[in-house]
Design a protein around this ligand. Structure first.
Ligand code: PLP
Length: 464
């Protein structure tokens, strides 16, 4: 399998070098040069398999022979062995046709673990094979950081620096990052927003001498391997609900567009996912785009669902590339204009194509609390604020009668204040995290300034 950049100016690469590089050197995102497809019979043969086995089979076509299926199988078995539920990603029925796909049973209680636990092992495997080491830099709005840290902590060939926006993550989210005692991990609180953090990471990658000196690598959702590792759970759920012999819909609480893009990739592989409901909080750029072709960035506003407090959804570029008929030149130009003008000029035909499958939904904080309460009262289900936006989206926009998979992206105990406000119940942390509030925190606060951040990364990476 070969990968090309959405901006067309980077040489094609194989899976392993895409894994290590993260972002392409032309600023674009790597995408497969052709989408692998399974036949109906091949999909049916995956029904009923244990999750790690299904995951290995769905991901392997994106890797190719560089990593044999048996080696990948060992990695998926290990990656999901520490999860707190034997089904790994259980499907919980909420009403006649709505099903919560619980993706939060990993070590940090959010769906990021589903991909990240496997990514840590893939990095290890590939770096050992090549005798290389890397410095992983990442920006997090809360959940990516802890998931990345848990996946890469204490790995000999990896140094890691994670940027989070100071004061804009929940206490649980921050503590899950800053209390990890691992010599190879450093946390930086940036005085700015998540988009600022993400821009700093992009700027470090754009600084070619720095990138080479540090052997920079990324595990943000711009890393293709993360998208690949998120496809299997849509297949797992869709097959359980009757696919490929029956159409299903998905509703995905969305920030950086990675998770919903993975669902779309499952469709490209041949699964009949007929509708993609993109659920957002009041940071509603994607909903405005889908409703009226208005992709214009506004100020990021803090909400009860901080992992979706994003205005620039990096992974959207991968969909844009497809909507523009895989025209890399047009994609690069569109992204450059978006950067310069804050508004993305998507041609009408491309927008119409997007709206044939994608629908946007947005819910403010009072609506989110109301939905958490409703789920508790009507279904006896405790949902976190991100998941609740997904269930509300499915309720208002899912095609009638079509089984709808709602990505349940975080454990309710990760956002206990909102859940308690809505239901009066404070969800307890699972036993393995029960002493989180007693552990000592370690992080550095730095200004939103590239030179300061690069100096901190350099100091950390050199220590080894
Ligand atoms: C990261 C995250 C999201 C957003 O996912 P994207 O792939 O960035 O769209 C939604 N909910 C939770 C809980 C998250 O951690």
């Amino acid at each position: 399998m070969r990968y090309i950049s959405t901006r067309g100016q980077a040489a094609p690469r194989d899976f392993e070098s895409v894994l290590l590089a993260g972002l392409a050197e032309d600023g674009g995102l790597f995408v497969p040069d052709a989408w692998p497809e399974f036949t109906m019979a091949e999909w049916r043969a995956l029904r009923g398999l244990p999750y790690p086995e299904l995951a290995a089979r769905v991901i392997h076509p994106f890797i190719g022979e560089g990593i044999p299926l048996d080696a990948l199988r060992e990695m998926t078995a290990r990656a999901y062995s520490g999860f707190g539920h034997p089904a790994i990603a259980p499907l919980v029925q909420l009403d006649t046709s709505a099903f919560a796909l619980e993706l939060f049973h990993g070590p940090t209680l959010a769906f990021k673990d589903m991909a990240m636990q496997l990514l840590g092992l893939l990095f290890d495997h590939v770096l050992a094979k090549r005798g290389q080491r890397v410095t992983i830099v990442g920006a997090t709005s809360g959940d990516t950081g802890s998931a990345a840290i848990e996946a890469c902590r204490d790995r000999a060939a990896i140094d890691m620096v994670i940027l989070h926006p100071e004061g804009r993550t929940s206490d649980v989210q921050r503590r899950q990052m800053t209390t990890v005692r691992a010599e190879n991990v450093r946390n930086i609180a940036v005085q700015g927003s998540f988009d600022d953090c993400q821009d700093l990471v992009k700027a470090m990658f754009a600084d070619a001498p720095f990138r080479e000196e540090m052997h920079l690598s990324a595990v943000n959702s711009i890393n293709w391997a993360r998208i690949a590792a998120q496809i299997p759970y849509y297949a797992y759920a869709a097959l359980a609900l009757g696919a490929p012999d029956r159409e299903v819909a998905v509703a995905v609480p969305t920030g950086n567009f990675g998770n919903v893009l993975a669902a779309w990739a499952a469709r490209r592989m041949g699964l009949p996912i007929a509708r993609f409901i993109v659920a957002a909080n009041r940071n509603d750029i994607l909903a405005r785009f889908l409703a009226a072709n208005d992709m214009s960035a506004r100020e990021v506003e803090p909400s009860l669902s901080p992992s979706m407090d994003i205005q620039v959804s990096s992974n959207f570029e991968r969909l844009l590339f497809e909507l523009l008929g895989r025209d890399a030149h047009a994609t690069a130009e569109t992204m450059q204009r978006f950067r310069a003008e804050g508004r993305m000029p998507v041609p009408d035909a491309a927008w119409r194509e997007a709206t044939a499958f994608f629908t946007g939904f947005t819910l403010d904080d009072p609506g989110t609390l109301g939905e958490i309460r409703r789920l508790w009262v009507e279904c006896g289900y405790l949902a976190d604020p991100h998941t609740a936006i997904g269930t509300a989206a499915a309720r208002s926009l899912a095609p009638p009668g079509m089984p709808t998979i709602i990505a349940a992206t975080a454990h309710p105990a990760k956002f206990p204040d909102a859940v308690e406000r809505a239901t009066g119940i404070r969800p307890p942390l699972p036993a393995r995290l029960a002493d989180l509030y007693e552990r000592e925190e370690r992080y550095t606060v730095l200004p939103n300034d590239l030179a300061s951040i690069e100096a901190a990364v350099r100091a950390h990476a050199r220590r080894n």
